[in-house]
Design a binder for this molecule. Structure first.
Ligand code: PEP
Ligand code: MG
Length: 962
């Protein structure tokens, strides 16, 4: 049987930092710290595999676990010289969750476990501090009752019933803080707590420490499936199968008096990336006080001048340096000082904003504290979009300042500027966000507010420090956030936020700056980020932007590691220019139909479509009755004229568009996809539009209307679209080919460098379809090259976007120099789910029924659609080993899908221009991950894993070759 419980502590550590998957991030960090000589209170970790077994076992602990836990408790007793439930020197423990990826505040924690009416008295005698003992006891009952016994506030407008009891005691005593309550008040609070528990559960509060421990371990495992943890996992794509570990650790006490305290710190500033010691602490308090934001803590630097704690500050500064050196990344750590002695409770790689990420990566790589590989690994590609987030518009901001609209300044906790409607509850934030931007304001946030935080553009709290729940969660989500704006008063019942003599009502506009902490009344315009100013608007010189130089460093590093090329989906020169500025190496998809919507072009397209069918009819009759040419020409003169005339008008327009793209892209490849969409997308939709068109074409209304109706399709997505258009109406493909070659030749004649067109035929399912289109393209190329007296290199390929194409890839590749996966259609046709209609039921499938883990139109269905891609890759390479393979569906900008494409060994991914930086980093990250999984098969490789890693090695080699 696999080992289920791992000890950690000086000299007894059984695990190590490489075992994140098994021990969770916290367990692995504790084991590694203990091994490396940091002062860690001893304890043990119950593995994530137990969590999996717990759920497989219908939420029951696996057999024999209690005995193993008892054995581990025995080892800790021996190590500490204390006894669990003992009457002389009782051992108290903390029980905490700890998944592979940290999920701050999402799961549950219980401190001071092991206390009961007897042990509390021993603790009092031992510590000679009754207030401390009873404060610990009341905290334990409060936490245990919430987490294990599930006694919670009824809704978000109500206060925690336990907090109400404490508040009454504070008011009665006339004090502001809990730590001002004397022992006797705490005793009476405890009695009231116990009464509340009895009332709510019908049972007395459990006093047997082992019973308490069993309940707590179960509750922590159960919290893996609580609503907020599920929501969080969904947002950050953390697989449910991972489960959480449980850490049971002997308690040290930060609430023993003025030479005790607790804190949370980062080795660098996680909001800005500045190399400064960043954190906060509370004297005479326990860890949860800092995170919960109940008391506003002091800055860590203030410890240097705090009586009795000065020496601890020095020690902490050493720890800070030591941690970065040992762990090779910014650490987010928790510590407790018990009677002047420093203990480390946790360390993990610190979550950081995208702004901080680029700075930290650049600085730490340059300082040789971080490996370049880790700089890439530690990226959150999705979060990079934060760097493109707006800031306040200078003039609009100045106007607000001049008008005295600055309310207050809190602590900056999540950079960027946000302006929106003020909402006080998560429910309102979620509801109002569907109509426009919302800023959520709370006295302090708790995990129940997660929904509202997700929906809001910005978050502001009145209480709490930079490590409070609001700050930690907002930073990770990339939300603009201000915390600890202590001058504001948020009145939930009147719906008014007040600050001195100023106020804002819920529903009115508020603006916040998460980089400075400012909170302002009203709406302030926002301006583009520095990156946009440098790269796109060119209103700022690169050297003037610190952010740009750091971003550029990281991007160049990413380019060194990635194997995948990055292209963009662009149909306009401006989009192409933007994408190149972001680092695109080519166009992976130009949807030519998008070029037809500008100005009056749509009229020509409509003219072409409306007469196409009749023109085709004319041609077919002519083929059967060549002797009747004149007769037929007369009969069909209107459709012939309009169809030809429309194509003639469209040709120079298309040519001009293509020239624009070729000019923008220089020698970079430009993949032009021929006309693809269902025709109805172009047709006039109502009577007025038909009327207008008939007047423009000078064709009777009835005739146009009749054609429009005859072109109606029941399932246009599966109808006359894609290459089927170019097959039935080859004149359209011919016009597009001519426009493309003329454009390429014209640009080549003007510039020294030749464009690199790649012609892409859409929606191919049959080999013959591609063959026909290829013949046409090659014929037109020959004609145009002859006329221009020069040639150009070009490629012809196809999209793989219907299952038949994937299955028949071996045959199709005979005619295709490249494949590009159109995963939008491939998903639609493989799943049989219309991409336009799936929105009606997919959220239910995902969130309620658990049928899909994420939206398959956003993140590739790797085992279904991905399987077809694998078949197509194999088939394509079998026929044409050097076939170029790309992806141009929306998935080309999704990090998880990019990782899959990296594994398949595709040549490139193509995504929208603003996703290019995300794709660059995601591609590099997946390459580093693949490299590392080959280099070090982590954690006891099973036979299955070993086979996989050999396969991975092969894939990486193949990718490198290209
Ligand atoms: C696709 O189907 O993935 C694709 C890129 O084409 P479109 O979205 O234009 O159908
Ligand atoms: Mg498509």
């Amino acid at each position: 049987m696999a080992k289920r419980v791992y000890l950690f502590g000086k000299g007894i550590t059984e695990g190590n930092g490489g075992q994140r998957n098994l021990l969770g991030g916290k367990g692995a960090g504790l084991a590694e710290m203990a091994k490396r000589g940091f002062n860690v209170p001893p304890g043990f970790t119950i593995t994530t595999e137990v969590c999996t077994a717990y759920y497989a076992n219908k939420r029951k602990m696996p057999a024999g676990l209690n005995e193993e836990v008892k054995k581990a408790v025995g080892a800790i007793e021996k190590h500490t010289g204390k006894q669990f439930g003992g009457h002389k020197n009782p051992l108290l423990v903390a029980v905490r969750s700890g998944a592979r990826e940290s999920m701050p505040g999402m799961m549950d924690t219980i401190l001071n476990l092991g206390l009961n009416d007897t042990t509390v008295e021993v603790l009092k005698a031992k510590s000679n501090n009754g207030r401390f003992a009873y404060d610990s006891y009341r905290r334990f009952i409060q936490m245990y009752s919430g987490v294990v016994l599930q006694i919670e506030r009824a809704n978000e407008n109500q206060h925690d019933p336990f907090e109400i009891i404490i508040e009454e005691a504070r008011n009665k005593r006339g004090v502001k803080h809990d730590n001002q309550l004397p022992e006797e008040d705490l005793k009476s609070i405890i009695e009231k707590f116990k009464k509340l528990v009895l009332e709510k559960t019908g049972k007395p509060f459990p006093s047997d420490p082992y019973k308490q421990l069993e309940g707590a371990i179960g509750a922590v495992f159960a919290s893996w499936m609580n609503e907020r943890a599920i929501l969080y996992r969904r947002k950050y794509k953390i697989p449910e199968e991972w489960g959480t570990a449980v850490n049971v650790q002997s308690m040290v006490f930060g609430n023993m008096g003025d030479s005790s305290g607790t804190g949370v710190a980062f080795t660098r500033n996680p909001a800005t990336g500045e190399n400064e010691f960043y954190g906060e602490f509370l004297v005479n308090a326990q860890g949860e006080d800092v995170v919960a934001g109940i008391r506003t803590p002091l800055k860590i630097s203030a410890m240097a001048t705090t009586p009795n704690l000065e020496h601890c500050y020095k020690e902490l500064c050493d720890v800070r340096k030591h941690l970065e050196k040992e762990f090779g990344d910014v650490q987010d750590f928790e510590f407790t000082i018990e009677n002047g002695k420093l203990y480390m409770l946790q360390t993990r790689n610190g979550k950081r904003t995208a702004r901080a990420y680029v700075k930290i990566a650049r600085d730490m790589v340059n300082q040789k504290l971080m490996t370049p590989e880790h700089a890439i690994e530690s990226a959150d590609p999705e979060a990079l979009e934060q760097l493109l987030a707006p800031v306040f518009h200078k003039e609009s901001y100045q106007k607000a300042i001049n008008a005295n609209l600055l309310l207050t300044k809190g602590l900056p906790a999540g950079p960027g500027a946000a302006t929106g409607t003020l909402a006080f509850t998560a429910e309102k934030a979620e509801r109002w966000a569907t109509h426009g931007p919302v800023v959520l304001a709370r006295v302090e946030t708790s995990p129940e507010d997660l929904r509202g935080m997700l929906a809001a553009k910005g978050i502001v709290t009145a209480k709490g420090g930079v490590s409070s729940h609001a700050a930690v969660v907002a930073r990770q989500m990339g939300k603009v956030c201000v915390v600890g704006a202590s001058e504001i008063d948020i009145n939930y019942s009147t719906g008014v936020l007040t600050c001195g003599d100023k106020s804002i009502k819920e529903g009115e506009f508020i603006s916040i700056n998460g980089s400075t902490g400012e909170v302002l009344i009203g709406k302030i315009d926002t301006a583009p980020s520095e990156l946009i100013q440098v790269l796109i608007d060119k209103t700022m010189a690169p050297k003037d932007s610190e952010l740009f130089t750091e971003y550029d460093f990281v991007m160049k590093l990413a380019d060194k590691y990635r194997k995948l090329g990055i292209r963009t989906n662009a149909d306009q020169p401006e989009q192409a220019i933007n994408a190149v500025a972001f680092g695109a190496e080519g166009i992976g998809l130009c949807r030519t139909e998008h070029m037809f919507f500008k100005g009056d072009r749509i009229d020509y397209v409509r003219e072409m479509i409306i007469f196409a069918a009749e023109y085709a009819e004319y041609k077919s009759k002519l083929a059967q009755r060549p002797g009747d040419a004149v007769l037929l020409e007369n009969e069909y003169h209107i459709p012939i004229m309009h169809f030809k005339q429309a194509l003639e008008k469209l040709l120079p327009i298309q040519q001009e568009d293509f020239e624009g793209l070729f000019n923008a892209m220089g020698e970079r490849p430009v993949t032009v996809r021929y006309l693809d969409p269902p025709l109805h997308e172009f047709l006039p939709q109502n009577k007025d539009q038909i009327d207008e068109l008939s007047r423009k074409l000078d064709v009777p209304f009835e005739r146009v209307s009749q054609t429009v109706h005859s072109l109606h399709e029941s399932n246009p997505m599966l109808g006359h679209r894609g290459c089927r258009l170019g097959i039935v109406y080859p004149e359209i493909s011919e016009m597009q080919s001519r426009a493309l070659f003329r454009a390429a030749l014209a640009v080549a004649a003007k510039n020294k460098k030749s464009p690199k067109p790649e012609i892409m035929i859409p929606l191919v399912g049959f080999e013959r379809e591609l063959e026909l289109q290829l013949e046409l393209v090659n014929r037109v190329a020959k004609e145009e090259f002859a006329a221009a007296k020069r040639t150009l290199e070009y490629k012809v390929g196809t999209m793989i976007e219907i299952p038949r194409a994937a299955i028949m890839a071996e045959q199709i590749a005979k005619h295709a120099q490249f494949f590009s996966f159109g995963t939008n259609d491939l998903t639609q046709t493989t799943l049989g789910m219309s991409r336009d209609d799936a929105g009606h039921f997919l959220p239910f499938y995902e969130k309620e029924a658990g049928i899909v883990k994420s939206n398959p139109f956003a993140t590739l269905d790797q085992i279904g659609v991905g399987k077809l891609m694998e078949i197509a890759v194999q088939g394509g390479r079998k026929t044409r080993p050097d076939i170029k393979l790309g992806i141009c569906g929306e998935h080309g900008g999704d990090p998880a899908s990019i990782e899959f494409c990296n594994g398949l060994g595709l040549s490139y991914v193509s995504c929208s221009p603003f996703r290019v930086p995300v794709a660059r980093i995601a591609a590099a990250k997946s390459a580093v991950k693949a490299m590392q999984s080959v280099a070090k098969p982590v954690e006891k490789p099973t036979a299955k894993k070993a086979v996989k890693s050999v396969k991975a090695k092969k894939v990486v080699k193949k990718v490198r070759k290209r």
